[in-house]
Each structure stands twice: as structure tokens, then as C-alpha cells.
Design a protein around this ligand. Structure first.
Ligand code: FES
Ligand code: FES
Length: 206
């Protein structure tokens, strides 16, 4: 059986797990999230922008109001406008997973969602998952298994792993490997991360 078939049959493929990537899901996001803004800010031709539009985001439980051009990604809004720098900008094209955040609990690439699309949704970043004084179970498992080297990819991995463990308690190592396939680590710390996420999944704690 090929690896691709394995991933597909497990239902935990990279594409399936990281919802929000790819044209079809992004388009769905536009339909559900941009509509209220379009109603409020569109001109007579139904066009939003190109100037700033008012956007209200809910980030880590806090309501944030900002004015951004409709072309600004959720990642750039978080990092450059709201000073939420846990999500990292690396590839900026839905490949590496460094920018992973949770949107209503689902892991997405924030570099491929517009800030205006995120209005009306709950955005959770690594800052909202745990804190140095109160680590989440997945964060603690990463510490226990020494699952990072430079640490640059770690916020994205921990965020994706948090969604994964919540959705797939008791996942096997192979399922964890497939489920986190949408995140890349240049340091190659995969062995430790697989153990960490498997451990958290075994305990059923995210
Ligand atoms: S920066 Fe978003 S996937 Fe790489
Ligand atoms: S720990 Fe360095 S990129 Fe992953």
C-alpha cells in the first residue's frame, strides 16, 4: 500500500487536516466571512477596498478593531498590526505551516487567509494556547521530549498539534505523522515532535 493511500485511508492527510489551505476552502471562507464587510463597506458596485476597511477580529479571546486594506492577510494583520508574533512568516504561500493558527478550533495557514475573511471567527494563536507559566499539554510534551532545536517552526507545530490531538485522541505515531504533514521543520526535529504529539494524544490532552 502506498504512503499516499495510507494517508488517505486514515482520513488524516495533510490536505484534510490543515483545513483552510487550497482554493476551495479559501473560497468558502470568503463567502462566509467577507459578506458582512461587503454589506457594510462596499461601494455602489459592490466592491470592497482598495482602501482600508474596518475589521473586528477576535484573537485569543480579545476583540481587536483595526483598519486594513482588504488585501492584508490574517498573518500580516496579526504580526504587523496587533503585535501577535507567535505565528511566523516563512514561505507566505501555504507550504511550511509556520503561520498556523486555529480558526474556530481548526488549524489553518494564516498566510493564505485575508484578515477580512477572519471577521466573525475565533482566532487562536500559540499565545492563546498556553503561557510560560501555564503550558498546555502539547506544549509540555514538546518540552518533555526536547522536540525543538531553533524553535522557529515550533509555534506552528504546537498549534497544529493542538488541533490534531483535540480531534484525534489516541492517535498512533503514523496518524500523527500524517496529521502534521502540513508543517515543515528545517532543523529536522521530527522524531521528537512525533513522540511529543503521540504522548499528548495518548493522554487525550491538548
Ligand atoms: S508562512 Fe504560511 S504556510 Fe508558510
Ligand atoms: S526547530 Fe528549527 S525549524 Fe524546526
Amino acid at each position: 500500500m502506498s504512503e499516499e493511500k495510507d494517508l488517505t485511508s486514515s482520513g488524516l492527510s495533510r490536505r484534510g487536516f490543515l483545513k483552510g489551505i487550497g482554493v476551495s476552502t479559501a473560497a468558502a471562507g470568503v463567502i462566509t466571512a467577507v459578506k458582512p464587510i461587503a454589506e457594510a463597506a462596499a461601494n455602489d458596485n459592490g466592491v470592497v477596498g482598495p482602501g482600508n476597511v474596518a475589521v473586528t477580529l477576535k484573537v485569543n479571546g480579545q476583540t481587536k478593531k483595526l483598519n486594513v486594506e482588504p488585501r492584508v492577510t490574517l498573518l500580516d494583520a496579526l504580526r504587523n498590526r496587533l503585535d501577535v508574533t507567535g505565528p511566523k512568516k516563512v514561505c507566505d504561500r501555504a507550504t511550511c505551516g509556520a503561520c498556523t493558527v486555529l480558526l474556530d478550533g481548526k488549524a489553518i495557514y494564516s498566510c493564505t487567509m485575508l484578515a477580512v475573511e477572519a471577521e466573525g471567527h475565533e482566532v487562536t494563536t500559540i499565545e492563546g494556547i498556553g503561557s510560560p507559566g501555564k503550558l498546555s499539554a502539547v506544549q509540555k510534551a514538546f518540552m518533555d521530549h526536547d522536540a525543538q532545536q531553533c524553535g522557529f517552526c515550533t509555534p506552528g507545530f504546537v498549534t497544529a498539534a493542538t488541533a490534531f490531538v483535540r480531534e484525534h485522541p489516541n492517535a498512533t505515531v503514523e496518524q500523527v505523522r500524517a496529521g502534521l504533514g502540513g508543517n515543515l521543520c528545517r532543523c529536522g526535529t521530527y522524531a521528537g515532535m512525533l513522540l511529543a504529539v503521540s504522548d499528548a494524544a495518548k493522554k487525550g490532552a491538548a
